[in-house]
Ligand binder design. Sequence first.
Ligand SMILES: [Zn+2]
Length: 387
Amino acid sequence: MSANTFEEARAILDKLIAFPTISSDSNVALVDYVVDYLEQIGARVFLQPSECGEKANLFATIGPEGDGGIVLSGHTDVVPVEGQDWVSDPFKMFEKDGRLYGRGTCDMKGFLACSMAMAREVSTQSLVRPLHLAFTYDEEVGCFGAKALMEELARRNIKPSVAIIGEPTQMRVIEGHKGCYEYTTNFIGLEGHGSQPDLGVNAIQYASKFINHLVELGEKLKARAPQDGRFDPPWSTIQVGKISGGAGRNIIAGTCSVEWEMRPVQPSDATLVKKSLDAFFDRELLPQMKAVSAFASAETVVVGEIEGLQVVAQSEAREIVYKVTGANGADVVAFGTEAGLFQEAGMSAVICGPGSIEQAHKPNEFIEIDQLRNCVEMLSQLRARLI
Ligand SMILES: [Zn+2]
């Protein structure tokens, strides 16, 4: 590894941290800086603006055109700092005791900075395999940027074969995580006096039938746990996190909403749940509700559906990252990332990045300087696979 590349990564990180790219805000200023940087070193860059126009994905290529490239990917957005007890300005990076502090240092601008420094290092060489950088928006609120980017890559017929997603894993190789699907199901009933329940449609009572059905499905999923499952727990889970509805004890509840999530270990479990719910609504709940009021309804809103990363027997991404990190085993983790989307788009995907998820989303977020160094080292090793 060249010491210069590490110093370069650190200097870039300092700049990236200074852009307060909280998911609710624009990331355009950061993206403009990255475009400038990458174009100066000869990368071919395109931006994909979000629908609102205030955010953008960035995709860059160095080396030959064509399929089979290696993608280094990360998200540009960070979680909010409001209400957190920061000892310093979260958007001004500073060093103390071998750590670099600032919002996004570990989740995950550290990896972005290392990728950019590595891109500079390889830009003067003649590559036989394309290197791509994919920087996305809105990961923290549902991976919306990465979803759009996968569609754009398909439209442009760009087919990389390997994706390394640099979420903080302390440079461990992560080959799988569960999906994370989040929903709100809204029930609209018919209000009425509490003494005449049959004349109204009680949204809370229908919501509770729905919740019972979810609980039953949760039990079914346990029995479907894959034999060699390594997740904890090894089955797909369903969980209701919040319900709200009704106006008072003696009024038939006119509305109720149920916020729930499902974490599938395999796509077929999610399909099973969706089919079962559709049938339950169509055959039982809705006919019962509408028999009293044609205006009664029950509808599920998708908050976000983050695909799981499936563990696969043959994985080029895993093999490459084993070689460049010296690792000889891979783990699975409980948190969701964009990696499942890259896999779904046809790439071999693995997660490996600097810093610890322990520090992510917390006040006084930091990354160990050694972690940054290890990441630069890994990417320098990766260079040998491109030339
Ligand atoms: Zn992250």
